[in-house]
Design a binder for this molecule. Structure first.
Ligand SMILES: NC(=O)c1ccc[n+]([C@@H]2O[C@H](COP(=O)([O-])OP(=O)(O)OC[C@H]3O[C@@H](n4cnc5c(N)ncnc54)[C@H](O)[C@@H]3O)[C@@H](O)[C@H]2O)c1
Length: 314
């Protein structure tokens, strides 16, 4: 059992396959749509170039030879250490595929869903061997962003969570455990808080989209590339984290009182967002921007590596 089964080869599945293949795992890829497989073939060279920025010495052909495309569901299940499900975000579809993966795979294979919001307790509701099912949520795109958050349901065994964390670490991911199921896990709860606030500020007329993006990318984001909120607060006042929160807590609490409304995300507002954003970046320029995003992520990771701030150093 050394293979990784990739179930669903869209944006996330393809990127997972490259990430695992780069760590030396053999990846067998299954998708119901031939277009996705063709697209994988078309874009994989570009994704591999991102890895070259991070690790110039990698052998691209070796990584490619670790990926077997166009497999059947039976083939990805056979001998799989882990099956990483990354199909569309639809509960019925995920429940159905999990039942099938459970039926076809060896009983100690880990069944992991990449789902962003659907909880594994729901996804595995009709699965016979629920103890081996987990959410393993990556950050886009997982071939260069080295993160996965693992969470089990009440039925998941601790042993499976432990095995999964070890496996993701072996594949060079910073893997965290989320101790209890919660919608959005850790990553999207943090990101959602920020997105909702960006929208409140923009919709309320406090700042433009451009200026809100600037505040993130030229201030908070620069720190966040190597420090989390608790570490940042620790360095924020002379005596440390307690001193920091004591000084600023009333201001932070006032914000929390104001920040608890739910933005409506009306059709009208979403159209306004789309129109303003298209003036900043035309639709046809998006793919170039995505390529540049991936390259910049890889370059920042390389710098972190050089500064001793990579996943294994922190
Ligand atoms: N896009 C993101 O930013 C992001 C980040 C983290 C996690 N995720 C999660 O990853 C999953 C996949 O998202 P995506 O952005 O890659 O979507 P996507 O639409 O790009 O890819 C989904 C793929 O699944 C295939 N598929 C659909 N039904 C299938 C089935 N029954 N069997 C096999 N293949 C099937 C489709 O053909 C498609 O290739 C979702 O659950 C999503 O929530 C997405």
């Amino acid at each position: 059992m050394n293979n990784i089964g990739i179930c669903g080869a869209g944006l996330i599945g393809a990127s997972w396959a490259i990430g695992f293949a780069n760590a030396g795992f053999k990846c067998l890829v299954y998708d119901t749509n031939q277009e996705s497989i063709k697209n994988f073939e078309k874009t994989s060279n570009q994704l591999l170039l991102d890895l070259k920025i991070l690790e110039p010495e990698i052998d691209v052909n070796q990584i490619k030879s670790n990926i077997i495309l166009n497999c059947t569901i039976n083939e990805i299940c056979k001998d799989a250490l882990l099956i990483q499900e990354s199909i569309i975000e639809d509960l019925d579809a995920k429940q159905q595929i999990f039942r099938e993966l459970d039926r076809l795979s060896l009983k100690n294979t880990i069944l992991a869903s990449s789902s962003s919001y659907l909880l594994i307790s729901k996804i595995s509701e009709y699965v016979e061997h629920k103890h081996r099912c987990i959410n393993a949520h990556p950050a886009l795109p997982p071939h260069v962003v080295p993160f996965v958050e693992v969470v089990g349901s009440n039925y998941t065994s601790n042993e499976i969570v432990r095995k999964a964390i070890n496996l993701y670490k072996k594949a060079n991911y910073a893997a965290i455990v989320v101790n209890k199921e919660t919608e959005g896990f850790v990553l999207n709860r943090l990101q959602g808080a920020l997105l909702n606030e960006a929208v409140r500020l923009h919709e309320g007329g406090y700042a433009s989209m451009e200026d809100i993006d600037i505040a993130l990318k030229h201030a908070l984001g620069i720190r966040w590339a190597f420090m989390g909120p608790f570490e940042i607060m620790d360095l924020n006042a002379p005596e440390g984290i307690k001193d920091s929160f004591s000084r600023y807590k009333s201001g932070i609490q006032n914000l929390a009182r104001e920040q608890n409304s739910v933005p409506e995300y009306s059709e009208e507002y979403l159209n306004k967002l789309e129109n303003e954003q298209r003036k900043r970046l035309s639709y046809s320029e998006r793919s170039n921007r995505i390529e540049k995003r991936n390259k910049m992520i890889a370059s920042i990771r390389k710098l972190k590596l050089e500064l001793g701030e990579d996943i294994h150093d922190g």
